[in-house]
Design a protein around this ligand. Structure first.
Ligand SMILES: [Fe+2]
Ligand SMILES: [Fe+2]
Length: 263
């Protein structure tokens, strides 16, 4: 039985996140030999959103698809780029008139991998029912190789989505909270699951942001402009082994990596 590998990197946050990916991804790809590398890029431009230049830079680094999230539309110049038919996906459950699309397909070595981005709606406003949404998308699937980046805040909603899709997709990977959870598992029927992959971004920070500013905000409740922490970054990712014939996952492992030193 033969398998292939997917490497998925959590939310890339600002310059430290991009730098960690630029410096660390080549050696990770070298040692892990993934067939597909997928990244969440929703925070890659200054902590919120993504620009066409950054997306292109990621594709040049052998990234096969980019997923987004609630910050998909923070940078205006990405709007037309999202309509260019490139493998970059914004949440599927936004109004249909929004630029871009919520799922895409990438084919390599004869394997067609469908990549889907959906936002949760607990503590996140403006998104349609993610469960009905995934049913609609899966009804169009032409491949058993399916990865869902479920970009959601509530742990319960993410776990529920994992169970909803067990045995139906290759992987349900949580993003958005920027903190890696230690619950990676293979659900019944061969679906890889983790509540949150964590971020690619500055370690000494509050979810990627400058800790002094965030602390001040909590202590004073006064408005403050968030800034990405000027600290060295780390890559948080998962690596998944998948059966080529069935698209079902055999294993999922967390990866935490930095060229700056051991963590
Ligand atoms: Fe994020
Ligand atoms: Fe997010």
């Amino acid at each position: 039985m033969s398998t292939y590998r997917i490497l998925f990197l959590g939310d890339i946050v600002g310059k430290p996140g991009r730098k960690a990916v630029k410096e660390g991804l080549p050696s990770l790809q070298d040692s892990l030999q993934p067939l597909f590398t997928i990244v969440n890029g929703e925070n890659s431009a200054g902590g919120v959103g993504i620009t066409p230049d950054i997306a292109e830079e990621l594709f040049q680094q052998h990234v096969d698809a980019i997923t987004l999230g609630n910050h998909a539309y923070n940078k205006r110049d990405i709007y037309s780029y999202l309509d260019l038919n490139k493998p970059i996906v914004r949440p599927e459950n936004v109004p249909e008139s929004c630029p871009g699309r919520g799922h895409t397909s990438v084919t390599k070595d004869g394997i067609e991998l469908m990549v889907i981005n959906i936002c949760g709606r607990v503590f996140l406003d403006g998104y349609d029912d993610p469960f009905a949404c995934i049913d609609r998308v899966l009804a169009q699937a032409r491949t058993p190789h399916i990865l869902l980046d479920f970009h959601a805040e509530a742990t319960s909603e993410k776990i529920a989505m994992g169970y909803y899709l067990e045995g139906r997709v290759t992987a349900v990977l949580g993003t958005h909270t920027h903190v890696t959870t230690a619950d990676e598992t293979i659900l019944e029927g061969g679906t890889a699951y983790i509540t949150d992959v964590g971020m690619c971004g500055p370690v000494n920070s509050v979810l990627g942001m400058d800790r002094t500013i965030i602390l001040e905000r909590f202590r004073t409740t006064l408005p403050a402009r968030f800034e990405v922490a000027n600290e060295s970054g780390v890559i948080s990712a998962v690596v998944i082994d998948v059966r080529k014939d069935t698209g079902r996952a055999e294993s999922i492992e967390r990866v935490r990596f930095s060229t700056a030193g051991t963590l």
